[in-house]
Design a protein around this ligand. Structure first.
Ligand SMILES: *Cc1c(COP(=O)(O)O)cnc(C)c1O
Length: 363
């Protein structure tokens, strides 16, 4: 079988080396004669795994000491409600920046929990010369008291990414589900970072939460104990049985990242991959992309065929060429190539070659 390149937005492809290692040790992990799935989360072997995972993640992201690292349930969306329940007790209010589908879903969830009056939002994407462009508002000019400002730095569905780091009078809560560890960020600028694992970290269902210590002093709403950040801190993310296999795979991905030069090395390759693909789209009148250059996602490259009558043929032939899951999200249509850390440059090169030859055949 020739190589398959999987461009799925999530659950997404994982590094092949990690998958092979997991396969090898699936039924006999660490010489225990049983699978990592079959042992107690409180066993010394599993605890050692979790400690190593945290050490490596802290190193990869350069996480300061006054931040807690939590491994929680429920993927990205669970944190949409967790941040509200954990921080908006006593009639707290929050501000949300809307840049696309995911940040907009976060607003809907927050409003459901505390009502529309407690959640303000600002749309930060406008169409300028036909291209979607982000303009960050001057938050210091807003005379209101918020517990946090929430934003999503990479809109997985829309293909919009915000690379600018901004300042805010309130703690910044960031949904980094589809961009975590794809390039370096300054963690100390954030009150809380969360990410569903299935894009850049591991299997779905797991969420990584990185929270600054002082955030935990904010008043919370009554909530489920398994979703309470304070309880998670107190119990080392093991108040109840955590998703142990997902945690194990995440730890293997962290080790793989470290062995491959860490986040800055990933960022270099990610930049090359995105450049190659956007250059193909821009240089070929057969394809188009509607995002302003400075906000084009390096993780989720959305594009359209100018003649969309050819969409299904494009997808069918791509699949035959081993390039799978390129169909865009049902809300925005067109195509989307998700090229997270695990996607090798060769995969993007194969896609570009296919796109060029498809365009020649159909022009
Ligand atoms: C995928 C995604 C989510 C939702 O993750 P789930 O694990 O499906 O809840 C939230 N935010 C962003 C930016 C995502 O890409």
């Amino acid at each position: 079988m020739s190589a398959i390149y999987n461009f799925c937005a999530g659950p997404a492809m994982l590094p092949q080396a990690v998958m092979q290692k997991a396969q090898q040790e699936l039924i006999d992990w660490n010489g225990l004669g049983v699978s990592v799935m079959e042992i107690s989360h409180r066993s010394k072997e599993f605890i050692a795994l979790t400690e190593q995972a945290e050490v490596t993640l802290r190193k990869l992201m350069n996480i300061p000491k006054n931040y807690h690292v939590l491994f929680m349930h429920g993927g990205g969306r669970a944190q949409f409600s967790n941040v509200v329940n954990n921080f908006l007790g006593d009639n707290g209010r929050a501000l949300y920046l809307i840049s696309g589908q995911w940040s907009s879903s976060a607003v809907t969830e927050a409003q459901k929990l505390v009502g529309e009056d407690s959640i303000d939002s600002i749309n930060i994407v406008e169409q300028i010369n036909g291209l979607n462009q982000v303009t960050l508002p001057d938050l210091s000019a807003i005379d209101k008291d918020y517990r946090y400002v929430h934003y999503c730095s990479n809109e997985t569905v829309d293909g919009i990414e915000i690379f600018e780091e901004f300042t805010s009078p309130w703690p910044i809560v960031a949904d980094l589900s589809s961009t975590i560890m794809s390039h370096e960020i300054d963690v100390s600028k954030y009150g809380l970072i969360y990410a569903g694992a299935q894009k850049n970290i591991g299997p779905s269902g797991l969420s990584i939460v990185i929270v600054r210590d002082d955030m935990l002093k904010l008043p919370s709403l009554p909530q489920s104990s398994i979703m309470d950040y304070r309880v998670a801190v107190e119990h080392g993310s093991m108040f109840n049985t955590p998703p142990t296999f997902a945690w194990y795979l995440a730890s293997e991905v962290f080790a793989w990242l470290e062995a491959n030069g860490g986040v800055s090395a990933m960022a270099d390759v990610n930049q090359q991959k995105a450049k190659l693909l956007y250059e193909c789209i821009d240089s070929n009148p057969f394809y188009k992309n509607g995002v302003a250059p400075q906000n084009r996602s390096r993780m989720n490259v959305t594009f359209q065929l100018v003649n969309d009558a050819l969409d299904s043929e494009f997808l069918a032939q791509a699949e035959q060429a081993g390039l799978v899951a390129l169909k865009g999200h049902r809300i925005v249509g067109g195509m989307r190539a998700s090229i997270y850390n695990a996607m090798p440059l060769a995969g993007v090169q194969a896609l570009v070659d296919f796109m060029n030859s498809f365009a020649v055949k159909h022009s």
